[in-house]
Design a protein around this ligand. Structure first.
Ligand code: ADP
Length: 396
């Protein structure tokens, strides 16, 4: 029996993405984006295989967004009553210390997700609003899939910050890691493509989108990841600083007279590539580099330097490295990033094949030379499909 389609919802604070897809065939029946939630103007885009429609209308809150979502299906199809949704899968950013697996959402689970809001003030409240609104409109099982879940089993030494133990315990301060659904999916896809059981592979995965993270995956289990208590830690990102000396917070507060909230905004929204060169889109940065723009090149160099530090550290942590995988917008599309990330590492077993690396493709592919001891791959991520499959598995 084929599985009924799953509606996957990703509720952000000012936008909501959705996709209706079949978990077994990965066929996408419809997808959409509702933007500028809570602002005087809103935009709703709905896409089916035959057409894309866009409407401008205010979307006051997530309740309105879910009403708009239903209307899009009623007006432009597919007919939700006819397709018979099997479940709604919700992406939830922070699962805290207790959610290590997807879970069917009831009132108690929703209250727990809400209680984790201090750990993810930008993300979890939006997910809670989206879940509440969706439960009121879709009378099917709702499943929460957590971005942190794949990293729930990190070894203690990896997930522990060297700060006062009692303080950390009281406030649940530890490394949680994010993008876990993507890292897990990509690790399985890569193993499948190679025809090797994931249990036999040690890999470093780079999820390089606007947000960016690295993971070390040993025999299918994550043993390190670059994001921390929040998604601010780790690699240089589009607008986030990644790793900095934590004293910069105090220093900026004392010397630049910035409030904690302002510093938070600087580090999350005005740093990373954007802070360094004014742009955070790698297409623009690559173009600027091609035109000898010094600031863009300098930003790129900082980005690559950090990325290579993580590659080296994770390879040593794994002890044996079989595979390096690049995914997400930058990882899948920027041959320049992949080339420079692996340049000069032949002595460590990484031999990129330039001719394999250069072409653009939406398919999984090997980009290392045949004789390279470490395989290098590009594997497109698909978080919606991963969420749909997890939701479907749970509701049977
Ligand atoms: P997120 O989900 O974090 O918003 P994505 O995984 O969609 O991010 O990646 C978005 C980023 O991918 C863009 O900001 C852009 O920098 C990069 N990107 C997309 N297409 C290309 C391309 N053709 N070449 C280089 N970078 C690209």
């Amino acid at each position: 029996m084929t599985a009924g389609p799953v509606l996957v919802i990703n509720s952000g604070s000012s936008s909501l993405k959705y996709q209706l897809l079949k978990p077994d065939s990965a066929e996408v029946l419809a997808s959409g984006l509702i933007e500028q939630i809570g602002e005087p103007t809103g935009r709703i885009t709905h896409e089916t295989d035959s057409r894309t429609t866009t409407e401008e209308a205010p979307v006051d809150d997530h309740g309105f967004a879910l009403t708009a979502l239903r209307e899009q299906f009623d007006q432009h199809g597919p007919n939700l009553d006819e397709v018979g949704i099997a479940a709604v899968g919700h992406r939830v950013v922070h699962g805290g210390p207790d959610f290590s697996d997807p879970v069917i959402i009831d009132d108690a689970v929703l209250a727990e997700i809400e209680a984790l809001s201090p750990l993810a003030p930008l993300h979890n409240p939006a997910a809670v609003s989206g879940i509440r609104a969706a439960r009121a409109r879709f009378d099917v099982p709702h499943v929460a899939v957590f971005d942190t879940a794949f990293f729930a089993g990190l070894p203690d030494a990896a997930k522990t910050y060297a700060i006062d133990r009692e303080l950390a315990a009281e406030h649940k301060i530890r490394k949680y890691g994010f993008h876990g659904t993507s890292h897990e999916y990509v690790s399985r896809q890569a193993a499948e493509e190679l025809g090797v059981p994931v249990e036999d592979l040690n890999m470093v995965i780079f999820h390089l989108g606007n947000g960016a993270s690295a993971s070390a995956v040993q025999g299918g289990k994550a043993i390190e990841t670059s994001m921390g208590l929040t998604p601010l830690q780790g690699l240089v990102m589009g607008t986030r600083s990644g790793d900095i000396d934590p004293s910069i917070y105090t220093f900026l507060h004392n010397t630049a007279d910035l409030s904690i909230a302002e510093i938070d905004t600087v580090l999350n929204k005005q740093s990373g590539l954007k802070g360094l060169c004014g742009d955070n889109d790698f297409r623009v940065i690559s173009d600027r580099i091609a035109h000898d723009d010094a600031a863009a090149r300098a930003a790129f160099d900082v980005y690559l330097h950090r990325l290579r530090l993580y590659l080296g550290a994770y390879a040593f942590t794994l002890g044996r490295l079989d595979l390096v995988v690049f995914t997400a917008g930058v990882g899948e599309n920027s041959s320049l990033v992949r080339a420079e990330a692996t340049r000069g590492l032949e002595h460590f077993g990484l031999q990129l094949d330039e001719d394999r690396n250069a072409p653009r493709s939406k398919e999984s592919r090997i980009i290392s030379a045949d004789h390279s001891p470490v395989t290098i791959m590009v594997v497109p991520t698909n978080e919606e499909l991963a969420i749909a499959r997890k939701a479907h598995k749970l509701v049977g």
